[in-house]
Design a protein around this ligand. Structure first.
Ligand SMILES: [Zn+2]
Length: 253
């Protein structure tokens, strides 16, 4: 009888343990799912960053690049290439919380942020990418070729402005942290992302006047600070020409 009682308690313990383990596992999966679903809208504020810094940061800082939130803490950062939530479905960086630039490019961005405050107080930039090592560009190019999307990625043979820390991918968020509607999300490959035919896109009903106005606001403050926009990607801005970047900056590999 005593043995049976002990066995019963033992079995009950096992059952409780299994139930607890299943519950924990479900909670973990639910959280993971929630995080995955929300990762495109959760951006990084300067205060929320994890320490110690990832390897990517050490590499950038050794090359003399600066992290944008050390220059302007009100700018937000979320780098989709540091997660699987990007067109390659691959984590290309070991962090999504940091975006690095050449020091003078970071100051241009800070200036653009101040111009933005003059036009829309309380809104800010959400940075999607900054300095991008050539090794990452090569991986991206290989995947883009496999997906037949190479026309949207800079050929690593030519080196792009991201590879010098002189280009930025970004959008606008309002004072509550909501992204402004730009008509497409980051890395949308198609004419709706083009900046050189927005009137045609308006006429076709692909973009709304509000979406174009939001893009124009972004372009206005960025251009005022000295950046130029790409014809195919409303979110991409160059701080200088490729020729100037090659003269001024070291290639990041
Ligand atoms: Zn870009």
């Amino acid at each position: 009888m005593e043995i049976n009682k002990t066995s019963l308690v033992f079995c009950l313990n096992i059952l409780l343990w299994v139930a607890f383990a299943c519950q924990s596992s479900n909670a973990y999966n639910k959280n993971k799912q929630k995080n995955q679903q929300s990762s495109f809208v959760v951006d990084t504020t300067a205060e929320s960053k994890v320490l110690p810094k990832p390897q990517f940061c050490q590499k950038m800082e050794n090359l003399g690049l600066v992290e944008i939130q050390t220059v302007e803490p009100n700018i937000r950062v979320f780098v989709p290439y540091g997660t699987t939530e990007n067109f390659t479905h691959t984590e290309l960086y070991d962090t999504y919380q940091y975006a690095y630039f050449q020091p003078d490019v970071a100051l241009m961005l800070q200036q653009a942020y101040h111009y933005l405050q003059e036009e829309k107080t309380g809104s800010t930039f959400l940075i999607w990418d900054g300095a991008r090592p050539l090794s990452v560009q090569k991986k991206m190019w290989t995947i883009a070729c496999q997906m037949d999307k190479k026309c949207y990625v800079s050929n690593p043979k030519n080196t792009g402005l991201h590879n010098y820390g002189a280009a930025v991918d970004l959008t606008l968020v309002d004072s509550l942290g909501n992204k402004l509607d730009m008509g497409t999300d980051f890395d949308f490959f198609g004419e709706a992302a083009h900046t050189d035919k927005e009137q045609v896109l308006l006429d076709k009903g692909i973009l709304t006047t509000q979406q174009v106005a939001n893009r124009q606001l972004l372009r206005r403050v960025m251009k005022k600070a000295g950046f130029s926009v790409l014809p195919t990607e409303w979110w991409h801005f160059n701080a200088c020409s490729r020729r100037v970047a090659k003269q001024k900056y070291q290639l990041i590999d």
